[in-house]
Write a protein that binds this ligand. Sequence first.
Ligand SMILES: [Zn+2]
Length: 303
Amino acid sequence: MILKNRSEPDGLKILRSLNVRMNLTEEEKQYYLNQEKGYEGEKRFDELTKNLGNDLYFLNDLLLKTNNTHFQIDTLIISQSTIYLIEIKNYNGDYYYKSDNFYKMSNKDIEIQNPLQQLKRSKSLLLQFLRNLGYNVHIEPYLVFNNPEFTLYQAPLNEPIIFPTQVNRFIEKLDNTPSKLNAWHKKLAEQIISRHITESPYTLLPSYNYDQQQKGITCVTCHSFNVTVNAKKLVCDKCGNQEEIISAILRNVEEFKLLFPHRKITTSAIQDWCKVVPSKKLIWRVLKGNYKAIGFGKWMYYK
Ligand SMILES: [Zn+2]
């Protein structure tokens, strides 16, 4: 049973827009792609676990704080006697493990941040966090690599790593280990969820401004700016996708809101942002029908 859902992080949505609308540096682009990949791996894990029949609570994507230190948990599973702390890594390609470090194999091997260290840190912080709440529970941490294209050479035998070829068996075991939850577990889960922090300090966004962004509506499927408005549809000249113009405008307004939370949503602002929509009246109708109008006349804006 999923008590806390995973949703697409705002930071990732912003990065995705910036990647389409401005020139990111190589480093920023790599950071964006890593975020995208990480999220994809987490969703892949969710897909595998969503239909388990066992009595378990799933708490996805938590950001918690203990003694002023933040820590992030990809998935926390509460069972009758154990709390499973799951760190998901969607690495692909060849890696090797040497003297407690991880390296990505390429022309020039690159040392990467040790995910086992990260898991150990999360475990100890979670332990503290739960102790502060008055719980003394058994925590089992696991590092799950769930990209089928991942290989780790010289993998250590005594670490809690689940490899792509073991993920299914790991989940089966979770499902088959007898578990019966009661009010105590429910309260524990609720206390954890109530302490979840929504504002993520983890996504490092590049600095950006309005003028830098390419204006226009992008195709919902292929993100191309090569679109035309035809009757009530937005038609993509690249992939041929068609979308109701109203839904395309709404999508662009939401993107505008997310990228520029301090800018006022007015008909003119949205027309400038959408660019391809010729009719100001249509934008006005979309805003009026879907947002709350604040103020009057030329000072009117929407929320
Ligand atoms: Zn397209």
